[in-house]
Structure formats: structure tokens, C-alpha cells
Design a protein. Structure first.
Length: 430
């Protein structure tokens, strides 16, 4: 029997003015406001009722701004660590895992928590709209949206740097409604975003919206909902590696809702977020408590991105400064920004696989490395309730004995493409 889901009741609130208003469509910002800021969903249900696992990620639908339930989703899973916790001397380490780990009930076929975004964003889309969704990505987000849109027949245009397209693997061919265009070799995530912005100037295309899309943030926030409802309380510390920082903002917002719920505690978990050295724009700004990111040349940024192993952590224009963004989240939670280099991350991944039994994506390895350092440096109490957000893993397990299919680009563009060329070529794709 096919499970149905009613449309979630919610309104929107501006983080600039505090105004509350209805979501009249694909709204990514408050109407008629000049100061940049996020909007936030205000749900009709103050207390979260968690549905059965049959609903996948939509088990948390009370706090997801969705119109419908799509096929094939899997929620994040949370369990109490034994192996890694013992190694680090921690008594209350909880691992929230988004990826592929059938033995623990994690069934994300793209092996990344970006699936939480894709199922929430695409669930927010009006099925009657006649638009093509545009997504820019450095890899995992593209793979997740491609899988979800292919399975649910949602037209999608992906914009990805050419050097990163080897991550667009799948266990079966995708349907033709998913198209890939790339920015030329040597480009990075910021260049892919620029390409997507140009594509969205065309009439039939709409931006996914990144951090501005409430559905993306709420999807990511299900990691914290998984942790709190499993543990029975809001964690004391939250560890995650960040690229756009959307996940950390989402964690903070979920924390605030759980406080309002009244059943999980009244405290704010301390955000312990991390970057992959030497690409450290958020660390550099937060270290001096600057609300604005510090100047960073395009050439130096691309050079730093080349050096890091976790390419998905390479966003040069994260939602750090805007109202309701990462600066506000760090300030409100007395958060910290931590660093791990490639060697530390590789060692952490090896330790996790040895003690917990599954492989990690590079970003999750960075987060694990900073947890290890934080424990050694006595930045966390040994008996604190700690949530380690493993944002991707199980890829080796998933790929074992499978034939893989790779999404091939339909179009190639220069780092600084001509809009006339884009208009002509992209409109002919669909």
C-alpha cells in the first residue's frame, strides 16, 4: 500500500524584520526587504510527532515544508558509539550517520546526507509547476539531486565543475530528465554557482536556492531531529565539517525548535564546526569575530581548494554574514570553528573504520578529526552528550560488486561564460 502524506502546515518568518507571511510559491527570501537575510519556517505543530520508518525522511514531516512525499528516501540514523567512544574515552558519544549502512538501517544510495536536502527540496516543489530545477554542486549534492529527480521524474539541470564530475556515479542509468553542464577544468564550486545563476535567468529555470531554501535547511536539520529523538535530549556538542555552512545553520534552527517543543531540554548545543586546512575562510573570520568574511582572491582560493581532500568543503561565498546565517548561529551557541589537515582527516577515517566498521567521506573524516583533537585538547567534557554528524559514508560498502554508471556532461562552458552562448545552448537541452 502506498503511503500518503498531507501538506505540512507552516508560514515563513524573516530573520531581518521578524515579519511572518505565507509561502506563496517558491519563496527564497522575504518580499521587499533590502537587507540580506534568511527566512525561516514556522510550523503549525509546535511538538514533533515522529512517524514510522516507512515514511523515510518524511517521518519528520511535521517540521519539513513539503507538499508531497517522494519515493525512495531514507532518514539519518543515530546510535550510541562503543568503539570510537572507548578509543577517545567518551561516555556519551552519539553518531548520526547519513549514508549507506544496511546493518544499522541507513539506506541512502548516494551515501551522503545531501539526500536529506534533495528529498525535502523536491518535496516542496509544486508538482503542477512547469519549471526546471537548477542545482549547483561540488559533487555530493549533485549526485543526490540527480538520483531523487531521476527516480521521481523531476526536470533537473546540474551545474558542476568539470574536475569534480567523477563523483556523479550511480548504480543504474539516470532518466533523461536529468542534465549536466560543467564549468571548465580548473574551476571550483563558486564557478559552478556562477554558471547556475546565469542559467536561472532563463524563463523556464528556477534556482534550488542553496541555504536560502527553507526546505534544504530543514532536510539537513533532520540529522539533529534524529539525534534528539533517539537520545531523548538535545546534545551538548555538535560536530560537523562545513562547506556552505548550511548544515550548521540547520542544526541551530532544529535546536531552537526542539527547545520550543519542550520535551528535549532548554539548552543550545555548542556548534563545533570544521574546515579542511588550508581552505579556511570561515575559520579566519570567526577567529577575529568578524561578521564579514575576509578578502580572498579567486586565484588563491582555487589554489587552496586544490590542496584539500574534502572538495565539498570549498564554498567561497557561504551564508556567513547574513541575518540568520552562520555568524548568528555561532554567536548564539558560543560555537567554535576547528581545523583539520588532510593527514589528520585520513587518520581519523581509518580510526572510524577500525572502531565503528564503515568507511567515511572526506568531509565526515574532517569532522571526526576535529572531534579527536577537541578531546585531546580538553575542549569537551568526557561525559558530555556529543553528536558527531557523519555526513557521508558507506560508499565502499555500497559500490562493492556493483556496476557503476556515470552521468556525462551535455555541455561545457568556460569559467567566465558568455550569457548569449548559455542561453542558446541550454534552451536547446529541454
Amino acid at each position: 500500500m502506498k503511503i500518503k502524506l498531507n501538506k505540512t502546515e507552516y508560514r515563513l518568518k524573516s530573520m531581518v524584520s521578524g515579519d511572518v507571511f505565507d509561502d506563496t510559491g517558491w519563496m527564497l527570501e522575504a518580499p521587499e526587504e533590502k537587507k540580506p537575510g534568511l527566512i525561516r519556517a514556522i510550523y503549525g505543530k509546535k511538538q514533533l510527532h515522529v512517524k514510522s520508518d516507512q515514511y523515510g525522511i518524511y517521518k519528520f514531516a511535521d517540521w519539513l515544508p513539503v507538499n508531497r512525499m517522494l519515493e525512495g528516501s531514507s532518514p539519518p540514523i543515530t546510535y550510541k558509539s562503543i568503539g570510537l567512544a572507548k578509543e577517545l574515552g567518551l561516555t556519551n558519544l552519539y553518531i548520526t550517520f547519513s549514508g549507506y549502512w544496511p546493518e544499522k538501517g541507513a539506506m541512502m544510495k548516494t551515501c551522503s546526507f545531501k539526500e536529506t536536502e534533495a528529498y525535502a527540496v523536491c518535496g516542496r516543489l509544486d508538482p503542477q509547476q512547469n519549471k526546471i530545477l537548477v542545482v549547483a554542486s561540488a559533487g555530493n549534492t549533485a549526485r543526490s539531486f540527480a538520483r531523487v529527480c531521476s527516480d521521481n521524474n523531476i526536470p533537473l539541470l546540474l551545474c558542476v565543475p568539470e574536475d569534480y564530475i567523477d563523483v556523479l556515479w550511480f548504480d543504474e542509468p539516470l532518466n533523461d530528465n536529468v542534465k549536466l553542464i560543467v564549468s571548465s577544468s580548473g574551476s571550483d564550486y563558486f564557478d559552478a554557482i556562477h554558471l547556475s545563476n546565469l542559467a536561472c535567468k532563463l524563463d523556464r529555470f528556477i534556482p534550488e536556492g542553496g541555504a536560502k531554501n527553507i526546505a534544504r535547511r530543514e532536510g539537513m536539520g533532520t540529522t539533529v531531529l534524529s539525534a534528539a529523538t533517539t537520545i531523548g535530549q538535545i546534545p551538548d556538542y555538535y560536530f560537523q565539517a562545513i562547506g556552505s555552512s548550511t548544515g550548521a545553520i540547520s542544526a541551530w534552527e532544529a535546536n531552537l525548535r526542539l527547545i520550543d517543543d519542550g520535551r528535549f531540554g532548554s539548552h543550545k548545543m555548542k556548534l563545533m564546526i570544521s574546515q579542511n586546512y588550508p581552505f579556511t575562510p570561515i575559520y579566519d573570520a570567526w577567529k577575529i569575530r568578524s561578521r564579514d568574511l575576509l578578502p580572498l582572491s579567486d586565484d588563491l582560493a582555487r589554489q587552496q581548494v586544490e590542496e584539500i581532500m574534502a572538495k565539498v568543503l570549498s564554498n567561497r561565498k557561504p551564508p556567513y554574514s547574513i541575518a540568520g546565517g552562520l555568524y548568528d548561529a555561532l554567536s548564539d551557541t558560543d560555537g567554535e570553528v576547528l581545523l583539520a589537515n588532510n593527514e589528520e582527516a585520513w587518520k581519523a577515517a581509518a580510526l572510524f573504520e577500525k572502531t565503528e566498521g564503515n568507511d567515511l567521506h572526506p568531509a565526515a573524516a574532517v569532522a571526526t578529526a576535529t572531534l579527536i583533537k577537541a578531546v585531546k585538547e580538553n575542549r569537551v567534557e568526557k561525559d558530555a552528550v556529543i553528536m558527531l554528524n557523519i555526513t557521508g559514508g558507506g560508499e565502499e560498502k555500497f559500490k562493492h560488486d556493483k556496476k557503476l554508471f556515470y552521468l556525462k556532461p551535455s555541455l561545457f562552458f568556460d569559467i567566465n561564460p558568455d550569457f548569449t552562448e548559455i542561453k542558446k545552448k541550454i534552451e536547446n537541452l529541454y
